[in-house]
Design a protein around this ligand. Structure first.
Ligand SMILES: [Zn+2]
Length: 399
């Protein structure tokens, strides 16, 4: 029988389980948490939370973050990790913080536009200026450190989208370590979040083609604009719109933050895009969270893909063959990126990140298997086991 301590308030450093933890990383977490005990400060707990993040210990990550808050109630990093935002002197879950801020703003007759609350008249002035410069009928703008977000979607949805994309850029930088060209690009990217009609009109006027019905987003590296909408013929599905935005933002991050070539192999670009969009949790992006959108036959796709894993083929695929069985190849690419970052207790992560660095420097000669010190043949067994035992059980509805 497994016992759980139920006095976290009194014994904040006691791990959530009792007895022998099954995962070696859990053991390490338990030892490190016990060592920190009651005296450690927020930085030590934040470091432990980061350890948990890369090892997919989500409950323990949360526990470490709560301990960081206990050690320093004003730790912005710890609150952000818990998905909280500050309103006045208190910290609240981000959605409640936004609702409170919105109610207070409205009560004062103010409107959110750009970076803060302004009078309705000022918002009108700024909006017409933006409409003129962007050439379409946006209604709200939200600025983040990485993006200027122009939107005709409801403000509450745009607000959540802005929080997610910001959290994603930060998580991207945490995960990818020191070799990325970190920091702010010299100019912020733009995001256009619109209804389907406007999305099609904008892309049609830009290059004369209408996006395929299932395509709900696009990152254009030449203009540094990220387009987000819903699929054609579908009612507005907020969860899908957010997921689409996070996927496209990953392409933007590769281009803007990492300086990766736009010519990334398809499995890698799309696998990373889906890795990030399936890591969405509430108002945050937590690497590896492994949510798969519902209603997309995700589990069936993965099972189907597993029936004949062909990693060598997948990593060599060009556009036509990748698109032929698009949904399956996206699912498989997502699973492969997840496996390379977290599978086999993190044994491949270093080689994979080195491979990414190599892609950045010399896209032509990068060789995945060599960087990993392995081969497709050797990895297919462990990959299959990882998908079966780790990824399939983790699939949930996207909320
Ligand atoms: Zn993509």
């Amino acid at each position: 029988m497994r016992l759980r301590f139920i006095l976290p308030g009194l014994l904040p450093w006691v791990p959530l389980w009792a007895g022998e933890p099954p995962d070696p990383h859990l053991k390490e977490y338990a030892a490190r948490a016990a060592l920190l005990g009651a005296k450690a400060g927020a930085p030590e707990w934040l470091e432990l939370a980061a350890f948990c993040e890369t090892r997919l210990l989500f409950k323990e990550r949360e526990q470490a973050l709560r301990n960081a808050v206990r050690a320093d109630p004003e730790s912005a990093e710890a609150h952000a990790g818990l998905g909280e935002a500050r309103v006045g002197k208190t910290w609240l879950p981000a959605d409640r913080a936004w609702a409170k801020e919105e109610a207070e703003g409205k009560a004062k007759g103010l409107v959110f536009y750009g970076e803060g609350w302004v009078t309705a008249r000022e918002a009108d002035r700024l909006r017409s200026k933006d409409r003129e410069s962007e050439g379409w009928d946006l209604t709200v703008r939200i600025d983040t450190p990485q993006l200027l977000i122009f939107s005709s979607l409801p403000v509450s949805l745009t607000w959540r989208l802005a929080a997610l994309l910001r959290s994603e850029a930060e998580a991207y930088a945490r995960l990818s370590g020191t070799f990325w060209k970190l920091g702010r690009p010299e100019r912020r990217m733009k995001a256009y979040c619109t209804d389907r009609k406007e999305f099609e009109r904008l892309l049609l006027s830009e290059n004369g083609t209408v996006p395929p019905p299932t395509q709900c987003g696009l990152y254009r590296s030449s203009t540094r604009i990220l387009y987000v909408s819903c699929s054609a013929g579908e009612p507005r599905n907020e969860a899908k719109i957010l997921q689409c935005a996070v996927h496209e933002m990953s392409h933007g991050c590769e281009h803007q933050l990492a300086g990766l070539s736009a010519e990334l192999p398809l499995w890698l670009a799309e696998g990373l895009g889906d890795y990030w969009c399936h890591s969405t949790a509430g108002w945050q992006v937590i690497p590896g969270k492994a949510f798969f959108r519902s209603g997309d036959a995700g589990p069936a796709l993965l099972k189907d893909a597993l029936a004949s894993p062909r990693l060598d083929e997948l990593v060599a695929m060009r556009e036509e063959s990748f698109d032929q069985e698009g949904p399956r190849n996206y699912a498989l690419s997502w699973a492969l990126v997840h496996f390379l970052l977290h599978g086999d207790e993190g044994a491949h992560a270093e080689g994979f990140l080195a491979f990414l660095k190599q892609v950045q420097e010399d896209p032509g000669k990068a060789d995945l298997w060599q960087s990993l010190g392995s081969s497709a043949d050797k990895l297919e067994g462990p990959f299959k086991a990882y998908v079966t035992h780790r990824l399939l059980p983790s699939i949930q509805d996207f909320k």
